[in-house]
Design a protein around this ligand. Structure first.
Ligand code: MTE
Length: 306
């Protein structure tokens, strides 16, 4: 493990501690690890060979500067308001072209799964980036378990709609629910994970508790939070930002320094936490994961398929 984090905040301001502990025990149990006493405060996870060795951002940066429009459009809104979301119990509906469709409890989704700690570069479309030590497991593991039917070509995802707890949903900021999608081969790629925590802790609400997608070679908006539905389809699903601004946000949204956003350059990015005056770094093709994922797009014109 290349690093250990700085002191963490109290969980009391995010989730009532009792609820947090009870679900953690459940998750840890589901992962096949017996935990007792204070050890129960950590998600047991293996380090992943897919991790970057870049220095991670701090807990405070990762949980205090977020995009989660269900709680408002300001970067500080999610930390302020996401505590209102109840994440236990939580079920994910899996439907469409699968052998075993159904409503799966969170514990079922992680049953028998080895959680891995993966330190990924995470880059938002507004040209800022962080490095985050996620805890999660491969989406492919889940898709293989539910059985993808022949003919399925895409995976569609949806976030919860619960305006009573998600104050941003009381206004039509976006066409709720937040929706995202991947091509099946992207979804099956080992870099694509469902994350349930970060820094060894259960996922903070503002980062997409209790389960969210992480696709490290794409702009951050593809990494949909607080997922309640996963559907296998044979047609390209509608996605929130593409529906809203098709010229600015394509279906693929691969990090690409050569294709600018119509309103700003993508050639460099600001590394959050790198200081007020500097910290701009060149953006890497596929966010630095070109060796692993460029092959998925062989022969495609990435300026057209942005
Ligand atoms: N998922 C939902 N449901 N709603 C959102 O507003 N924002 C996206 C993505 N997932 C968003 C979402 C965007 S634009 C980014 S950059 C990342 O979440 C931010 O993830 P982070 O706050 O964990 O860094």
């Amino acid at each position: 493990m290349p690093y250990r984090p700085a002191p963490r905040p109290s969980w009391a301001d995010v989730t009532p501690r009792a609820a947090w502990l009870s679900r953690r025990t459940l998750l840890a149990g589901a992962a096949g690890v017996a935990l007792a006493g204070p050890a129960a405060a950590k998600l047991a996870a293996q380090p992943s060979r897919y991790s970057t060795d870049a220095e991670p951002n701090t807990w405070d940066e990762i949980t205090g500067y977020n995009n989660f429009y269900e709680f408002g459009t300001d970067k500080s809104d999610p930390r302020r308001y996401a505590g209102a979301l109840t994440t236990d119990p939580w079920a994910v509906k899996i439907d469409g072209m699968v052998d075993r469709p159904g409503s799966y409890d969170l514990a079922d989704l992680t049953k028998g799964v080895t959680l891995e700690e993966r330190i990924y570069r995470f880059r938002c479309v507004e040209a800022w980036g962080m490095v985050i030590p996620w805890i999660g497991f491969e989406l492919a593991t889940l898709l293989n378990r539910v059985g993808v039917r022949p003919g399925a070509k895409y995976v569609a995802f949806e976030t919860l709609v619960r305006p009573e707890e998600m104050r941003g949903q009381q206004r039509p900021i976006l066409d709720w629910p937040y929706r995202e999608g991947l091509r099946l081969d992207e979804a099956m790629h080992p870099l694509t994970i469902l994350a349930t925590g970060l820094y060894g802790e259960e996922m903070p609400n503002q980062n997409g508790a209790p389960i969210r997608l992480v696709v490290p070679w794409k702009y951050g908006f593809k990494s949909i939070k607080s997922i309640v539905r996963i559907s296998l389809t044979d047609t390209q699903p509608q996605t929130t930002w593409n529906m809203m601004q098709p010229r600015e946000y394509g279906f693929y949204s691969n990090v690409n320094p050569e294709v600018d956003h119509p309103r700003w350059s993508q050639a460099t990015e600001r590394r959050i936490g790198a200081g007020v005056f500097g910290g701009r770094e060149p953006t890497l093709m596929f966010n630095g994961y070109a060796d692993q994922v460029a092959g998925l797009y062989a022969g495609m014109d990435l300026a057209k398929n942005y």
